[in-house]
Design a protein around this ligand. Structure first.
Ligand SMILES: Cc1ncc(C[n+]2csc(CCOP(=O)(O)OP(=O)(O)O)c2C)c(N)n1
Ligand SMILES: [Mg+2]
Length: 1120
């Protein structure tokens, strides 16, 4: 192992640039020449991009101050240079980078742009006095630093000519050898090792010959070799700019000029040099087996690799192995060659792809289908990815895609029976549950033998809403879950493919958020293949007004994903790119992007007129032959197939379509079941549909979990504060009591004991926003040494995953929803930092969670935990907006079974789209969480969770409330003195959540325990009509009040009111009505003024308990 890697591997500070920074500053005099800079480079390479620029500032100061010679001798590889280059050029320090040839490789040196003597702007002079003092002891003595140099090597060379001892020994040896006629590659002597003690400047190394006369020739050889290497590198970096990517040859795709780096005259080379032979550096594979090539051939091969119909963007990747690997896939001569058999298959796939669109267009000319015409190659592209991945061991693929070409992908990639697809074009009634969705949103799950590999392959296409890219994180979550439950830790078995439109890919922020999950330990899917159908238009909008980045794929650069742009009218190039992408993923377990540059033959949909807005583009499109024809002509010319073959294949596919059409015509119904993306085989049949299993747990289990949860781990030095928390937990356990954190731990612990995986994901969930949870204990002395108590409860328990997420709601919530779709026997929870942050994930809530089952009959038991409560924390940390979730509930306000059946609770749950709760006790939270997995179906659950109750002594539960006989309480009635005095109770206050405790305290302080009943509605949706009715009947003379601390246009009031009034009017049949107590309507969810909060809160409490006032007149219309 080389010393850098060694230092690196042993360092505890791998990810910490601060370390490098402070270390450099402290140590720079003793180490800067020897270790610190290369070490800094090593850190740099392994750090994440955000740290780079800060680190660079420090490094550039160091460089400007130190002996550049030695630094050159240490060598800097291409990859590091790629990181440095943009920071130095153009730069403020006056430094510029120059390449030098060493051992056939480019190493880079620095030079300054200063042309005159020291003291001028741009050089060291631009640094402050103090900085200068700190940097170098011998500014004056170092003639190089003091200026007047042109380029670095020349500098070095001139100095060496003057005095060989003035430069580093490695330069000395190099120049003297070259001047004796050795080739540059032979002249190199490696620099002295760091560990072996380094020679002083001025000392000659052994074996180096005496100084000889230097000819001008040597200088030119060196310089020209450097130039050739620079050209090679320039093609690798920028060749894609002038690649032939656009089938339409639209100006908008073209780079405005040929980058000067790609032109030989930018390097002092000319036509005359084209036939000179140059040694190839080992940063290229264009040579195949050859080590030297004429410049003309070098350029030709670079053009073939980088400027043909494939444009490769990969030089920003900060990993040399990965860069090298990609080079090999595109530079090696003849890499894109296909066999005749492959070519035939490719043509057949194109025929099917084009054939289906033609067929649909003929049968249903005015039906929207978002056809694939212009990107028919998508079908063979996906098949290539799937075939290659199957060959490498993948047997399950989860896909997500937008509207474009979806039907074609269903039919020709997923192999959904064509007749099932065609029935969607007829208006047939649905034979089963669900409200259905339009045909280009439906999902599926299908398993069949992959023809290319003869292996079974399962393909799921996730149902999605119209909202572009929203499905991305859902696909990732579902994929991750499949991997997780299979124990597939590298993505060798399960992978995801996500398709995108060009406009959506660059426009939608969730794309970026999803990319950022790609390398996180509990969110990675070990690489996703992204395919962009880049038809160079989004509905009616041109790319130039739709994005600010040059390519629609630039977002992928944030995770160092390679990007393969390819002209979609060249199916063989597409095939190659797809195979490389699949191999990349299998090898590096990282994301990769394929940009299919294509066009859209029709309008946005088939009925749209594109000439209104893209007249020039569409004239070109009309003059462009469909790709299937172009490709058939090519193969006919090559003699791979003949005209007859082509016609027969087209006819064959048409017959398949016609047959399917006939079958579809006989159908009288559609089945929503046919379009399920996540079938839970065996789940529904093994559960009694009318029964929710008991949620209580034996004392012994509670005790075991509580004891473990409160015991200090032996081999972890926990923080003092944690010791205290654990001590409190122990005291509670002894008293058989649970606070909120304990109730939660008991729920999770008992579920994993029963074999159900539990996953809690979200921002800072490991500790808990309110520092109450502590599910991961950190050793105070050893970095990354942690203990997760709930993972060590029982030998055969299921895993418990608690994971801090990236700072995203949209992608992370979507991800966890996707996770919940894979396995019904798991409790999957997403927790918000504060409840109201859910709204940046609103699309996942509206489009998937609230309506997913209705649209796609797909179930999910996802739990959203939303901290909620008016506690004076200001507008943004108070309300989790329960009103929003209640408004989205499908629970019918007018419907109440007057004589509830014994299965009322389960029936009501089955029919609702989700549950909304505002819970007030740890025991009830415990039961609610456990009930999620005890239902015979899955139903999303939105819980308003507490903040102050986490620590409120009154809000604790006894273990008795969690024992086998106990159960979830939809409402918590008042069991105090009022219960015995029911006939005389004057006031019944229905409430929910934390306000109960404030009401109770005040009521008891006023001595109203016998007169005012406080009833908590814990499960708000579906509404517990039966229990609320019982309560109303129990207190016949009482005024009925619903008290909430939220504003009148928020909270639960607007949901509760019609339901209670419905009960009173139609079922109890009496004139009483429910009255409102709470804050007045407001635009902002809470005041930011502490005092106003307290005044308002006191008002709510006192109004709620007001006996003398006729509450009927009190509608909360206070004036503040
Ligand atoms: C989030 C979102 N905003 C707006 C739309 C409306 N819309 C549907 S398709 C489309 C254009 C999409 O362009 P592109 O992503 O390039 O895909 P293409 O249709 O060109 O294949 C728009 C704006 C949408 N579906 N989703
Ligand atoms: Mg588009």
């Amino acid at each position: 192992m080389n010393i850098l890697d060694d230092v690196w591997e042993r360092s505890d500070y791998r990810r910490s640039w601060e370390f490098v920074l402070s270390w450099n500053l402290k140590e720079r005099f003793s180490y800067v020449e020897g270790v610190s800079f290369p070490l800094a480079c090593a850190f740099l390479k392994k750090s994440s991009p955000p740290y780079l620029s800060a680190l660079m500032t420090s490094v550039s100061y160091l460089l400007s101050s130190t002996k550049l010679l030695f630094w050159r001798a240490m060598g800097m590889d291409d990859e590091t240079v790629a990181l440095f280059r943009p920071l130095f050029f153009p730069d403020k320090t006056g430094l510029k980078m120059y390449p030098a040839l060493v051992r056939g490789r480019t190493v880079w040196g620095l030079s300054r742009l200063v042309t005159s003597a020291r003291g001028q702007k741009g050089g060291l002079a631009s640094l402050s006095q103090q900085q200068q003092r700190g940097f170098s002891t011998d500014l004056k003595a170092d003639s190089f630093v003091s200026g007047s140099s042109s380029i670095y090597v020349e500098d070095m060379y001139q100095q060496w000519q003057k005095d060989p001892n003035s430069v580093h020994p490695s330069w000395d040896s190099y120049f003297s050898s070259v001047s004796k006629g050795l080739k540059p590659s032979q002249a190199y002597q490696s620099p002295p090792s760091i560990s072996g003690g380094r020679p002083q400047f001025g000392q000659r190394q052994e074996g180096v010959g005496a100084q000889a006369a230097v000819t001008g020739n040597v200088e030119k050889i060196i310089r020209d070799h450097l130039s050739v290497q620079a050209i090679i590198r320039a093609y690798q970096v920028r060749g894609h700019h002038i690649a032939d990517l656009d089938p339409l040859l639209l100006e908008s795709m073209r780079y405005e000029f040929v980058p000067p780096e790609l032109m030989i005259n930018s390097y002092n080379l000319s036509e005359a040099d084209l036939d000179r032979v140059f040694t190839l550096p080992d940063t290229t594979y264009i040579g195949g087996g050859q080590k030297e090539l004429p410049l003309r051939e070098i350029i030709q091969r670079l053009k073939t690799a980088y400027c043909g119909v494939i444009g490769v963007e990969y030089m920003f990747i900060n990993n040399k192995d990965q860069q090298d690997w990609i080079r090999k896939q595109f530079e090696a001569p003849g890499v894109t060659q296909l066999t005749a058999e492959n070519k035939k298959t490719l043509l057949k796939r194109l025929i099917r792809s084009a054939g289906l669109e033609d067929f649909l267009a003929k049968k249903w000319p005015s039906e929207k289908r978002f056809g694939l015409e212009g990107c028919e190659v998508l079908v063979p592209a996906l098949k290539a990815i799937i075939d290659s991945s199957s060959a490498m061991g993948v047997d399950s693929i989860v896909m997500g895609m937008p509207h474009r070409g979806r039907l074609n992908v269903l039919a020709n990639v997923c192999r959904k029976p064509l007749e099932t697809i065609l029935t969607q074009f007829k208006s047939l009634e649905a034979a089963d549950e669900g409200s259905g969705d339009v045909k280009y949103h439906l999902g599926l799950s299908h398993e069949r033998v992959n023809r290319a590999t003869n292996k079974l392959m399962k393909i799921a296409l996730c149902a999605n809403p119209s909202h572009l890219e929203a499905v991305d994180p859902v696909v990732q979550g579902k994929t991750r879950a499949e991997q997780f439950y299979l124990g597939d830790e590298t993505g060798a078995k399960v992978m995801s493919i996500i398709m995108h439109g060009d406009a959506a890919f660059s426009g939608q922020g969730v794309v970026f958020e999803t990319f950022h999950l790609s390398e996180l330990p509990d969110y990675t899917t070990h690489g996703t293949v992204h395919v962009v159908v880049n038809n160079q238009v989004g509905f009616t909008t041109d790319p130039r007004v739709a994005r600010s980045s040059p390519y629609c794929t630039d977002v992928a650069r944030v995770v160092n994903a390679p990007i393969f742009h390819v002209n979609a009218d060249h199916p063989e190039a597409v095939q190659h790119v797809c195979e490389v992408a699949a191999e990349w993923r299998a090898k590096f377990h990282k994301d990769v992007v394929i940009d299919l540059v294509c066009y859209r033959r029709s309008g946005h949909n088939e009925i749209d007129e594109p000439m209104f807005t893209q007249p020039i583009m569409y004239k070109k499109i009309r003059a462009t032959k469909p790709v299937v024809e172009k490709y058939a002509e090519k193969l006919i010319t090559e003699g791979v197939v003949d005209e007859g073959y082509f016609k027969t294949e087209i006819g064959n596919y048409l017959n398949i379509c016609e047959d399917a059409y006939k079958t579809a015509n006989q159908a009288t119904q559609v089945r929503n079941m046919d379009w399920l993306d996540s079938p839970w085989e065996g789940f529904f049949s093994t559960h009694d549909p009318k029964k929710i299993d008991a949620t209580g747990v034996e004392e012994e289990v509670l005790n075991h979990i509580a004891t473990h949860f409160s015991t200090e781990p032996q081999d972890i030095a926990v923080h003092r504060g944690i010791k205290k928390i654990l001590a409190t937990r122990r005291e509670l356990t002894e008293k058989r009591m649970a606070d909120w954190a304990m109730g939660e731990a008991l729920a999770f612990g008992s579920l994993i004991r029963e074999g159900s995986h539990v996953r809690l994901s979200g921002q800072d969930v490991e500790r808990g926003t309110f520092s109450h949870r502590h599910h991961v204990l950190h050793d105070q002395n050893r970095d990354k040494t942690t203990y997760r108590p709930l993972n060590h409860l029982y030998p055969n328990q299921a895993p418990y995953t608690v994971c801090n997420s990236s700072l995203s709601e949209y992608a992370v919530m979507g991800f966890d929803l996707g996770f919940s779709m894979t396995n019904p026997n798991a409790l999957i929870m997403w927790e918000a930092q504060f409840g109201d942050f859910f709204n940046t994930a609103q699309c996942i809530i509206d489009q998937f969670i609230a309506s997913g089952q209705a649209k796609w009959i797909r179930q999910s038991g996802l739990v959203l935990l939303l901290p909620h409560g008016m506690e004076g924390m200001g507008p943004e940390h108070s309300s989790a907006r329960p009103e929003r979730f209640l408004q989205l509930s499908s629970d019918n306000p007018d419907k109440f079974l007057s004589d509830p059946s014994p299965t009322y609770v389960v029936d009501q749950l089955r029919e609702t789209n989700w549950q909304v709760m505002n819970l007030s006790t740890p025991a009830n939270f415990f039961h609610a969480m456990r009930r999620q997995l005890k239902m015979p179906f899955r139903k999303p659950l939105v819980v308003m969770t507490p903040k102050s109750l986490l620590r409120l002594p009154e809000a604790r539960s006894s273990f008795d409330d969690m024992l086998p006989t106990s159960e979830f309480k939809r409402i918590i009635p008042d069991v105090g003195p009022v219960a015995k005095n029911a006939q005389h109770v004057k006031r019944v206050v229905f409430c929910s959540g934390k306000v109960f405790y404030e009401l109770q305290k005040e009521r008891n302080a006023k001595g109203l325990e016998g007169e005012v009943a406080l009833i908590r509605i814990e499960q708000i949706c579906p509404f517990p009509y039966d229990l609320v009715k019982e309560q109303i009947l129990q207190y016949p003379k009482a005024t009925l009040v619903f008290a909430q601390e939220e504003h009148k246009n928020g909270g639960m009031w607007t949901y509760v009111q019609p339901r209670i009034d419905n009960l009173l009017r139609h079922h109890i049949k009496e004139p009483r009505r429910i009255n409102y107590v709470g804050r007045v309507a407001s635009a902002s969810p809470a005041t930011g003024n502490k005092n106003q909060h307290l005044v308002e809160q006191a008002r709510v409490i006192s109004d709620a308990l007001q006996l003398e006032n006729n509450a009927n007149n009190n509608n909360g219309n206070h004036h503040h």
